[in-house]
Design a protein. Structure first.
Length: 404
């Protein structure tokens, strides 16, 4: 059995133990120590000295707070208005503009070198840590080791633990110094250890990568990461747009891609009435608050932003914040006042009813993802409502009435 297979087995055993409450604390501690030993073996196989793991794992215990946070599921989905309203605030825009001016020389040099506009680097900094005001105070090694050994995501976090050990070995840090979020993200840009190892840059040239205290290192690492995950010079990540009256709402979906010039031919314009860029790049239109709210065109760089964080609302917020940090306009169209978050149980109930109608065939997981929205769109078309895939209170009520 390979070290990583052992880790998966240990993690599964630990999860069952925690769930049942029947295994004595000594046995759980032994399982955790065995899991750490397997991670150490994998680290040594990858060329990391065993002494590094010995120091990092000395007297290490699982962090129960990390386990609790990992198990906590959000009760309600976030609406576009609530999420973006909390992310893109007047204070965050103003502080971002101040930071843009403060680091203009450095950011300009990085933009020329990596092709990532300065306002995007500042926007990521603002979104991740509110410009360095909260970096997290969990011990990263303890967090990722806990998640590797006491949760269901053993393979992912075992690798993150190995990479955290690599950072300790190569970057002149101690476990006490390496602090971050409960899930192991660290520094001004909240890099996971594997991202740190792959994309970290010693921009200030002092022989170590410091994402906590060196903004040259933090900004350069973020630019290197964005370029590595697909960000390219040219079009922004997104733009607010105006849709013509006869626009086919079923095409407003991330699964539908057209060259930008094709959207122009359909009558789509920027929100200020100006034409879209002349481009053959593939792009999509989305309606994050339904047809009554704002519409956005997503250019190829939106996918790069999604590679940083898989949340569509996060990626939209980055684009909106970056635009306003650079002096651009705010979003012109506001979401409808009655746009309300849906509970996990409500989404599960929707998925169950949509499945009974033969419109939804995926897992009833309570997540309002693309497949659920596609099923909602088919239901809307069936009952004669605008097919935007957005589950308004009316759509939810009509679905309950249709499937009892």
């Amino acid at each position: 059995m390979t070290p990583f297979n052992k880790i998966v087995l240990f993690a599964a055993t630990a999860v069952l133990s925690a769930a049942s409450g029947l295994v004595p604390a000594q046995a759980q501690e032994a399982e955790f120590r065995d899991c750490l030993q397997s991670i150490k073996s994998e680290a040594m196989r990858q060329g990391i000295a065993g002494s590094v793991a010995d120091r990092a794992f000395h007297n290490l215990t699982p962090d129960q707070k990390v386990v609790d946070l990992d198990a906590r599921q959000p009760e309600f989905t976030q609406t576009y208005g609530k999420y973006v309203g909390n992310a893109v605030t007047p204070d965050r825009i103003a502080r971002g503009q101040q930071k843009l001016a403060q680091y203009r020389s450095l950011l300009g040099a990085l933009e020329r070198e990596y092709g990532v506009p300065a306002q995007y680097l500042v926007a990521f900094w603002g979104m991740e840590t509110n410009y360095g005001s909260y970096l997290g105070d969990f011990q990263v090694v303890r967090s990722v080791a806990t998640l590797a050994c006491v949760t269901k995501r053993a393979a992912f976090f075992s690798n993150e633990t190995v990479q955290a050990l690599r950072i300790l070995a190569t970057n002149g840090m101690t476990s006490q110094q390496m602090r971050g979020s409960w899930a192991g993200a660290m520094g001004n840009m909240q890099f996971m250890p594997s991202t740190f190892v792959k994309y970290g840059v010693d921009r200030d040239g002092n022989g170590r990568i410091d994402l906590w205290n060196s903004m040259p290192d933090a900004f350069a690492s973020a630019a290197n990461f964005l370029r590595g995950i697909g960000f390219r010079p040219g079009l922004p990540a997104s733009d607010e747009v105006l849709l013509p009256q006869a626009f086919p709402l079923e095409t407003a979906d991330t699964t539908v891609e057209k060259p930008v010039r094709d959207w122009t031919a359909m009558g789509v314009k920027r929100a200020n009435g100006q034409p879209l860029p002349v481009s053959d790049d593939l792009s999509s239109i989305i309606l994050p608050a339904g047809w009554r709210g704002p519409a956005f065109i997503l250019y190829p760089n939106f996918k790069a932003v999604m590679n940083w964080n898989r949340s569509t609302l996060y990626a939209l917020s980055i684009g909106i914040l970056a635009q306003q940090i650079a002096g651009g306009p705010a979003v012109m169209r506001q979401p409808p006042d009655d746009d309300q978050p849906l509970s996990h149980d409500t989404v599960v109930d929707m998925q169950t009813r949509l499945a009974r109608l033969g419109l939804y065939t995926d897992e009833t997981d309570g997540l309002l993802g693309p497949k659920t929205r596609s099923a909602v769109r088919m239901f809307q078309k069936k009952i004669g409502l605008p097919a935007d895939g957005h589950p308004t209170p009316e759509v939810v009520q009509r679905l309950v009435q249709a499937v009892r």
